[in-house]
Design a protein. Structure first.
Length: 388
């Protein structure tokens, strides 16, 4: 039996009309239009920071900045791992906080695979000419006792354990793994809103991953940076990282008592090769890794310290003017901004702050502590202290 052609034409016309209406009503995919800069806050709060509500407070500060119009020609994304529940990729806008993507919890948020997945989603959903990254969580600098890939068991949920970056239900990510993950991702800056990442070992590891690093040499108070002040710095035509670091420092420096505690630095990683060569030259002529009677400038209040002031140490190892002139020049080229409160938590006086810390060992057996001898800085620089 043949079908009437008029009926066929009517069906086709109705289908075309339905398609046109559907297309007209469908919203465009997020991120269809590129902006100047997208900033991603990688917020791993599946720990006591999240249970303490510090992630929610920072999200409120970001919303305040967005409502004030501080996000100019850009987009502010947050990969939020809450204290409980699955991770969510959000966007902070002047009108509120929107959900862009959801993720399962079977993959750790401090694994390379999850980080790269989020970075890919960032570029797909919020394409930009330039990208910035804020790493939000616990951290402990160069300490190499965390995950080197996503299958390694790195602790039980709920543990408070040392880590390079992040604490996702007790898991943590090695600093060397973080550097490998960030390399090639195109971030114009990395701001560490966490503790102890102002270490020369960290900056040297990241020298091929990002041109600028903002970090603290010491423990950062749990509220972290003031996002309501710093968001606008991230979205200047050229990111004002010195302004952001200064805002954070002055926020805590204006406080009293034990809360007047903060160190901040802005580090230009392109100068790290020169600094490494200058420090290696100082180390090679040192009589021993730890001069007799030397009292280094500490940046940890605990009995065991892994972070000491780099310049204070280098100047204790040599009085050679030529070596020190080169060291001081290389350091000035790397550290664009540094400042520190008079003390940490009203317990530890800060008499020397150059903007970078380093680990100090007394003998070769101590280089294996926390995997220090697996860092690039040890291989290229600190190992020179053992050459006799």
């Amino acid at each position: 039996m043949k079908t009437d052609n008029r009926i066929i034409y009517q069906i086709i016309a109705l289908a075309l009309l339905f398609l046109a209406v559907s297309c007209e009503d469908s919203p465009e995919l997020p991120g269809a239009e590129s902006v100047n800069r997208t900033v991603l806050v990688y917020m791993v709060a599946s720990n006591n920071l999240g249970s303490g509500g510090f992630d929610k407070a920072d999200l409120q500060e970001m919303q305040k900045a967005a409502a004030a119009g501080d996000i100019v020609d850009g987009r502010l994304l947050v990969y939020h791992v809450p204290a409980s529940g699955n991770p969510v990729l959000k966007e902070v806008t002047s009108g509120g906080i929107d959900t862009l993507a959801e993720y399962g919890s079977e993959v750790s948020s401090v694994s390379s695979s999850r980080m790269r997945e989020v970075f890919d989603d960032m570029r797909r959903l919020a394409p930009a000419s330039d990208y910035g990254l804020v790493l939000w969580s616990h951290a402990s600098g160069w300490l190499q006792d965390g995950m080197d890939d996503e299958i390694e068991d790195a602790g039980q949920a709920g543990d408070i354990v040392p880590q390079a970056f992040g604490q996702d239900k007790g898991r943590k990510m090695n600093m060397t793994a973080l550097a490998r993950t960030l390399e090639g991702e195109g971030f114009g800056f990395v701001y560490f809103d966490c503790c102890y990442m102002g270490a020369v070992e960290v900056a040297y590891e990241l020298r091929k991953a990002t041109p600028l690093v903002v970090a603290s040499a010491a423990e950062l108070p749990s509220p972290g940076m003031p996002y309501d002040l710093n968001v606008k710095c991230f979205f200047q035509s050229t990111p004002d990282l010195v302004g952001a670091a200064r805002n954070t420092f002055e926020y805590y420096d204006s406080m009293s008592g034990s809360m007047r505690t903060c160190t901040m630095s802005v580090i230009k990683t392109s100068g790290m090769e020169r600094l490494a060569a200058a420090v290696a030259a100082v180390y090679r002529q040192a009589d021993s890794p730890w001069p007799q009677g030397y009292m280094p400038q500490r940046y940890m209040t605990e009995s065991r310290c892994y972070h000491f002031d780099l310049a204070h140490y280098a100047r204790a190892l040599t009085s050679d003017k030529a070596l020190l002139d080169e060291f001081n020049g290389a350091l000035a080229d790397v550290v664009l901004y540094e400042d520190a409160t008079p003390s940490l938590w009203n317990r530890l006086e800060i008499e020397s702050h150059c903007g970078l810390t380093t680990y100090i060992f007394d003998k070769e057996s101590q280089t294996a502590i926390k995997g220090y001898n697996t860092t690039s800085w040890y291989r290229d620089v600190a190992s020179q202290l053992l050459v006799r």
